[in-house]
Design a protein around this ligand. Structure first.
Ligand code: HEC
Ligand code: HEC
Ligand code: HEC
Ligand code: HEC
Ligand code: HEC
Ligand code: HEC
Length: 411
């Protein structure tokens, strides 16, 4: 009977490392989905129609969250995202059902996406909006890299766990085959002795992961790129600045005149919403009613309720440099003539506003190093004439006029 196990044992011994490598590859490939890549694809292509969150939070389509991965097979999702109309026409029950539910609204086709692209998007949807990550780390808000970090450690833990399991199985086989059973630790030790390269590789990966972790937490203090908090009223830039074409300055006029750009008060909303009291949907109307609730406005009689205690709408601040840094909007918008979009991205396409740029010191300085100042700007003729003399005929970038001096950006 014991002889029966011998071939298994020698096979197992012979292929021990092959098994281990195979398992490591499986684990690593499971984790290979790139959430960051998925996030940018999602933001560029899906946010205009899908809120990320509960199904009930409908924009053009339903809210998307991890549940779609249970509701549909991956193959179905590939087909749907690449060309939903085709799937609906083929008579697929699930496709027809969701299409009917949304009054036959048509989702854009994305034939250009590979399976991998879609896997990345789905991994991002599964993870959920970054806001949660940022909230947990609100003090030193650090986003996605932190998750990658954790994944790396999980992978390493899994690999070590696997090694233990394999050694255990080997021992069981040994006992069955009647060979002398070796203790767990001495067996692990002899594996280490036989496979020094493995051990070195593990240690190197571990040390690097640790170093990367330290580096990230040092260089990412206060960074919250892509931060997209829920707002007290579902205000859509896509609708107002995009579809309705309302100029940014209508609501953020102080961006041109002062250091701060500011958020408009509810009274600015009332310039239009005194009359516009219905949204695109029932939900939209509910959101508009929140403006009235803040101000004590009765939309039926179109009057303000006397003695009503008005309360400001508490918008959640998205962009927020640490106190040690100073940034001036007027200087960049008026003097430098930069577009809002250069720093804030295509805000007019955002259904829910988020932080587009990193807002790190490196980000500020990089732009200062690369951007030439506009010498035709009257501002420079009056105030900066001496630079024009000094650098006669040369290109002058912002860092040459002091855009890299610590005191310009730090109090
Ligand atoms: C132009 C608007 C639009 C865009 C852009 C869009 N969708 Fe959709 N999506 C819809 C609509 C509308 C539905 C509901 C089904 C229908 O009417 O076709 C839907 C349904 C879905 C569903 C099924 C959800 C469920 O719970 O049944 C998934 C998954 C989905 N979309 C994923 C995506 C992804 C991923 C992207 C970005 C790559 C995207 N959509 C971009 C409009 C859009
Ligand atoms: C109808 C008024 C209105 C218009 C027009 C408008 N915004 Fe806004 N904006 C708001 C409101 C209200 C908020 C706060 C709620 C939110 O974040 O969505 C806001 C928030 C922002 C924020 C984030 C502020 C923060 O908390 O850090 C930026 C950046 C921004 N707007 C840029 C723009 C740009 C660029 C345009 C033009 C393309 C624009 N806005 C047009 C009303 C407006
Ligand atoms: C210059 C005019 C104008 C201003 C100012 C304005 N809005 Fe609107 N708003 C509109 C229009 C137009 C609609 C679309 C109504 C529709 O399509 O039914 C709208 C719709 C809305 C909706 C409903 C969206 C939906 O999905 O149905 C909300 C919520 C809203 N606005 C909030 C605000 C807030 C908050 C402010 C102030 C920060 C504001 N608006 C300022 C013109 C304006
Ligand atoms: C050179 C880059 C840059 C440009 C151009 C720019 N912003 Fe900003 N914006 C920032 C930074 C950085 C912050 C964060 C400021 C802080 O926290 O003190 C910010 C913050 C904001 C805020 C939040 C409120 C505040 O003042 O802190 C709003 C709203 C805003 N910007 C709107 C605009 C609008 C509208 C324009 C175009 C007229 C614009 N920005 C152009 C970099 C820029
Ligand atoms: C063009 C503007 C700009 C200049 C010039 C600048 N800084 Fe900064 N600095 C920032 C901003 C914005 C932040 C905050 C963002 C962040 O945390 O990365 C910051 C953050 C810092 C921090 C906090 C640590 C950190 O990474 O958050 C230190 C320390 C610092 N700067 C030192 C300096 C020194 C020293 C100089 C001169 C050699 C300098 N800065 C020049 C914009 C600038
Ligand atoms: C997209 C490019 C861009 C980005 C990003 C940018 N700046 Fe600037 N910045 C400029 C330009 C162009 C000027 C030149 C205007 C002038 O001379 O006043 C300037 C000028 C300045 C000045 C005045 C320099 C001087 O010597 O007068 C300060 C201070 C400044 N920026 C701070 C910041 C800070 C802080 C950040 C990051 C939070 C930042 N900038 C991000 C383009 C940028």
């Amino acid at each position: 009977m014991k002889g029966f196990y011998n071939p298994f044992l020698s096979l197992f011994k012979l292929h021990f490392n092959v098994l281990l490598i195979f398992q490591i590859c499986c684990i690593v490939s499971l984790n290979a989905q790139d959430i960051d890549a998925g996030a940018s694809l999602y933001k560029a292509n899906c946010t205009s129609c899908h809120y990320m969150g509960p199904y009930e939070k409908k924009l053009i389509g339903p809210g998307l969250n991890a549940e779609i991965l249970e509701k549909y097979s991956r193959e179905w999702l590939y087909d749907w995202i690449r060309n939903s109309s085709e799937l609906i026409e083929s008579g697929d029950k699930q496709a027809v059902a969701i299409y009917e539910e949304f009054n036959k609204a048509v989702m854009t086709a994305f034939p250009q996406f590979s399976n991998e692209d879609i896997d990345n998007i789905l991994a991002y949807i599964e993870q959920g909006p970054e806001e949660e990550v940022v909230e947990i780390a609100a003090v030193e808000s650090v986003e996605a890299p932190e998750t990658n970090q954790t994944t790396l450690f999980i992978v390493l833990a899994l690999v070590l766990g696997n090694l233990m399991l394999l050694i255990y199985v080997k021992n069981v086989l040994k006992t069955a085959a009647g060979e002398k059973k070796v203790g767990f630790f001495s067996s692990a030790l002899s594996w280490v002795r036989l496979n020094p390269s493995f051990v070195i590789l593990f240690s190197v990966v571990f040390v690097f992961a640790g170093m990367k972790g330290c580096w990230n937490s040092l260089s990412k203090v206060g960074v919250a790129q892509n931060y997209q908090p829920d707002q007290p009223i579902a205000f859509s830039h896509q609708l107002h600045a995009g579809e309705q074409g309302i100029d940014c300055n209508y609501c953020h006029h102080s961006a041109r005149e002062s250091a701060h750009s500011g958020i408009p008060s509810a009274n600015v909303c009332m310039n239009c919403h005194t009359h516009i009291n219905e949204g695109r949907s029932e939900e939209g109307t509910k959101e508009i009613n929140k403006i009235y609730a803040a101000l004590g406005f009765d939309p039926n009689s179109k009057t303000y309720i006397p003695g009503y205690e008005q309360k400001p709408i508490e918008w959640v601040r998205i962009h927020n440099l640490p106190d040690l840094a100073y940034f001036n909007h007027a200087q960049h918008v008026n003097v430098a003539g930069l577009e809002c979009q250069t720093c804030h991205g295509e805000v007019e396409e955002m259904e829910v506003a988020y932080q587009h740029s990193k807002l790190t010191m490196g980000w500020c300085i990089n732009c200062h190093r690369e951007t030439e100042i506009d010498l035709d700007n009257p501002y420079y003729h009056d105030l900066h004439a001496n630079w024009i003399d000094k650098y006669h005929g040369e290109e002058i970038t912002v860092d040459m006029i002091g855009g890299r001096e610590c005191a310009k950006c730090h109090y």
